[in-house]
Design a protein around this ligand. Structure first.
Ligand code: AMP
Ligand code: MN
Ligand code: MN
Ligand code: MN
Length: 276
């Protein structure tokens, strides 16, 4: 099964429209694709229409920003009902949090001598819900940094001068939203958080207690050694496994759609009860 359960469109910080994303996924031989934009389901309807045209199975999804002990954690909601009024209401609030955070970050950039209002206007003019990735691109476009990762290292990353910690809802609350919308909660890229091994165990314990169902065992360009370590965590915590590229942009050639996303045999696939 060629499956990719973590991708972005231009409704968040991806560069392709949902239609373009599905066209690309079909060309790459993907059979099942989840669209998981940051804190929005705005692209799901277009993706669904395009999936029908291409004969792909579309998993309605979202990647929700949550917090656990002041660390931002991303939770994938898979097979959610994108029309759920309760979920849409909460995602609307998440959008407001994102816009407010962007204003705060840009104001900090202004205090650092950068054109904060111009950068804010540039991000606000883009189609997607604002993320730091958009702002990093605007900093590159304005010639303030050479590359997006430099923007994170210099200004936007945790502990950097323009960082502003968003007040995301707790991990438990976000898992609750996903379950109430009929979805399955999968913890995205578990190795990317700056947590000690002990804190990560506690975080996973909270995730399981809240009703979290899966761990993203295969994520983006992670190596085999890493995959095995996360697979062991999934088994130890009784979690199923999901796989996802976290695709954003065809220009980032190291992170293509659907490549090397084989789940180790010891882990139960999160799609088992959905896909015959
Ligand atoms: P946000 O959700 O607004 O905090 O933005 C996070 C997004 O920025 C992630 O989903 C990535 O797409 C992107 N990102 C995070 N860290 C980096 C980095 N060091 N270099 C480039 N992009 C990054
Ligand atoms: Mn992103
Ligand atoms: Mn993420
Ligand atoms: Mn993502």
């Amino acid at each position: 099964m060629n499956i990719d359960l973590h991708t972005h469109s231009n409704h968040s910080d991806g560069t392709l429209t949902p239609g373009e994303l599905l066209t690309r996924a079909a060309a790459a031989g993907i059979e099942v694709l989840a669209l998981t934009d940051h804190d929005t389901v705005a692209g799901v309807e277009e993706a669904q229409r395009s999936a029908v045209v291409h004969g792909l199975r579309l998993v309605p999804g979202v990647e929700i920003s949550a917090s656990w002990r002041s660390q931002a954690i991303h939770v994938l909601g898979l097979w959610i009902d994108p029309t759920s009024p309760a979920l849409c209401k909460e995602l609307h609030t998440q959008g407001e949090r994102r816009r407010e955070r962007m204003r705060k970050i840009c104001s900090r950039l202004g205090k650092l001598g950068l054109p904060g209002s111009e950068l804010l206007a540039a991000v606000a003019a883009l189609p997607g819900l604002p993320t730091r990735a958009h702002l990093a691109d605007a900093l590159v476009a304005g010639g303030h940094v050479g590359r997006a990762d430099e923007a994170f290292r210099k200004y936007l990353g945790a502990g950097k001068p323009a960082h502003f910690a968003a007040e995301w809802p707790s991990l438990e609350v976000v898992v609750g939203w996903i379950r109430a919308a009929g979805g399955v909660a999968s913890l995205a890229h578990p190795a990317r958080y700056s947590l000690s091994a002990g804190a990560r165990r506690q975080m996973l314990g909270s995730f399981v207690a809240a009703g979290g169902a899966a761990l993203e065992v295969v994520s983006g360009g992670n190596g085999a050694q890493h995959v095995d370590a996360v697979a062991t965590l999934a088994v130890n915590y009784g979690l199923m496994g999901s796989v996802g590229s976290d695709f954003h942009n065809p220009q980032l050639t190291w992170n293509p759609l659907g490549r090397s996303l084989k789940l180790p045999d010891c882990v139960t696939p999160v799609w088992r009860s959905y896909i015959p």
